[in-house]
Design a binder for this molecule. Structure first.
Ligand code: CA
Ligand code: CA
Ligand code: CA
Length: 138
């Protein structure tokens, strides 16, 4: 329910993503490729971005992680979403974001995210990110 509360409206406004987009998002997080995303995998994802290991992902680290051809607005908008998700809009994404993102994607709170669940929650999170990107593109 919490995801619906957080992202439901945006999801309704911005609509669907392609199944391929959802699949590639899932693959990025399901690091051991067993069809279920678990908390340690989302934490590992964060750690890959936090290259200096100080517990915060900065815009520079985020930028270095993403492909070089990602448009500036998309880069900054995505970063802004995660930056706010840690509770403080301070240009740093703290490690707690990993568990917040996981909670948002784990609709039934059983600490596991199979693809069927991801398919329902990921587009809503992406819609919230898209809103940040739009705000910067305007
Ligand atoms: Ca897995
Ligand atoms: Ca922050
Ligand atoms: Ca679940």
């Amino acid at each position: 329910m919490k995801v619906v509360v957080l992202f439901g409206l945006l999801g309704a406004v911005l609509g669907g993503m392609s199944l391929d987009d959802i699949r590639s998002g899932f693959k990025r997080l399901d690091m051991n490729n067993d069809g279920t995303v678990r908390t340690n995998e989302v934490t590992e994802f964060f750690n890959r971005i936090d290259t200096n290991g100080d517990g915060f992902a900065t815009l520079e680290e985020f930028k270095a992680y993403l492909p070089a051809d990602v448009p500036q607005a998309k880069l900054q908008g995505s970063f802004k979403f995660y930056d706010k998700t840690d509770g403080e809009d301070d240009n740093k994404v703290s490690r707690e974001v990993a568990s917040k993102v996981f909670d948002n994607l784990d609709l039934n709170d059983d600490r596991e995210i199979p693809f069927e669940e991801f398919m329902q929650t990921y587009p809503l999170m992406k819609a919230a990110i898209a809103k940040e990107i739009l705000a910067l593109s305007a």
